[in-house]
Design a protein around this ligand. Structure first.
Ligand SMILES: [Zn+2]
Length: 402
């Protein structure tokens, strides 16, 4: 039996109607809709000859084969609020389809397909709870994190009928390779006319909050040379951040949020708080850019009598995919396969430091994601499935020769 893109598309749209909020697609960690989604996906796993279990983090796991050595194919089943049908879900459904297609093929390893319970960080403000359980980093800090109703991760797990005491059993034991299919969620593949992209690395991220503090005063009576205008300082700096990122290849910098105090049209801004998000596949490039930008903020404040305070919110180093596995995936796609960097974080970023990992992107029409109109082309899904099957075959040859 060959892998069937049509069925993948149908399954993704069926799952889009499994939701916590009527009229849209919203599923968060251990919610009632997640339980229903797990039941549906569990049936598909069983139909592909897998035995299923749920681990202590609520990850749905389908396993087939007797060999200890295991190839893991996974992505996430949770969504952002009012999501599309493919982010995460496509990766799980495609993995099941690849497993189904390999059913009659004797493999020197077992196959495990995992639907992660949590990747988006919606309920607890902390992402990757599912994949963190696989690599044993669901620590006490994470388990004590509370959602908007004051429920901790630990309590949510218990309320779902699971126990944190069993978390060690969620850890991967004999996994020798990890593969994740995911939509690109960006415009690069479409712009270049490519169906698929082999991910070489997931970009590192720095996130900061900068507070520019000047002096609020009357917009009409305060002469220009006597002002301490926090808004002007912040504005000059925001434009400088854009210019710096444009100069450096492979770097993106974003100021996505600005808030001002007092925030009135006839008052000079006394305080402006802005966010900074800097990403690059090269940690050195990212760190140098951040230092330059923080120094620039000081300089923008200095001439205006504006003080700048910076707070680090996130420092995630870049994560490279496994070179050998990525070479195998490239061969499976075709030697001219587009290789690329992921600007967004994915479960593969959590798994890769522990288990050799590879990741395949599928073109996102319109570059659109985290939106109900998110889509994927059936021909691209077929190309991805064909590459997935070929990847498993190449891995089997490699293992048999090892
Ligand atoms: Zn995702």
């Amino acid at each position: 039996m060959s892998a069937d893109a049509q069925r993948v598309m149908e399954r993704c749209s069926a799952l889009a109607s499994v939701t916590d909020v009527a009229g849209e697609t919203t599923r968060t960690f251990l919610s009632p809709a997640m339980a229903r989604a797990n039941a549906v996906v569990g049936e598909w796993m069983q139909a592909a000859g897998m035995s299923i279990r749920m681990d202590a983090a609520g990850n749905l796991r389908g396993h087939r084969g007797e060999a200890a050595k295991t190839l893991v194919m996974a992505s996430h089943l949770d969504t952002v609020p009012n999501a599309g049908a493919y982010d995460g879900i496509l990766g799980v459904v495609m993995a099941i389809e690849v497993a189904e297609a390999m059913r009659e093929t004797a493999l020197p390893f077992s196959i495990e397909v995992i639907g992660f319970s949590e990747e988006e960080g919606v309920r607890f403000g902390v992402p990757f709870i599912g994949s963190r359980a696989l690599v044993g980093t669901c620590d006490d800090v994470l388990l004590a994190t509370k959602d908007a109703d004051g429920v901790t991760v630990r309590e949510a797990i218990a309320a779902y009928g699971l126990s944190c005491d069993a978390l060690p059993e969620a850890m991967l034991q004999d996994a020798f390779a990890y593969l994740e299919f995911h939509i690109e969620q960006g415009p690069v593949l479409e712009a270049e006319g490519c169906a698929l992209g082999v991910v070489e690395a997931i970009a590192g991220q720095s996130r900061y909050v900068l507070t520019f503090t000047g002096k609020a005063n009357h917009a009409g009576t305060t002469p220009m040379k006597l002002r301490q205008d926090a808004m002007s300082a912040a504005a000059e700096w925001i434009v400088a951040a854009e210019a710096l990122a444009q100069e450096k290849g492979g770097l993106v910098a974003t100021v996505g949020s600005v808030s001002t105090i007092p925030g009135a049209g006839n008052v000079i801004a006394g305080e402006v708080r802005v966010t900074l998000d800097v990403r690059s596949a090269k940690d050195k490039v990212r760190r140098e850019a951040v230092s330059a930008l923080l120094a620039k903020a000081e300089a923008c404040g200095l001439g205006r009598g504006v003080r700048v305070e910076t707070k680090l919110r996130m420092d995630q180093t870049a994560v490279a995919m496994d070179a050998s596995l990525t070479a195998t995936l490239t061969k499976a796609v075709g030697d001219d396969a587009r290789r690329m960097i992921s600007g967004a974080g994915h479960d593969a970023m959590i798994v890769a430091p522990h288990i050799p990992s590879a990741m395949l992107f599928l073109r996102s029409p319109g570059g659109l994601s985290h939106h109900p109109d998110e889509s994927v082309l059936m021909d691209d899904v077929q190309a991805g499935l064909d590459a997935g099957v070929r990847f498993v075959e190449l891995l089997a040859v490699k293992e048999n020769n090892a």
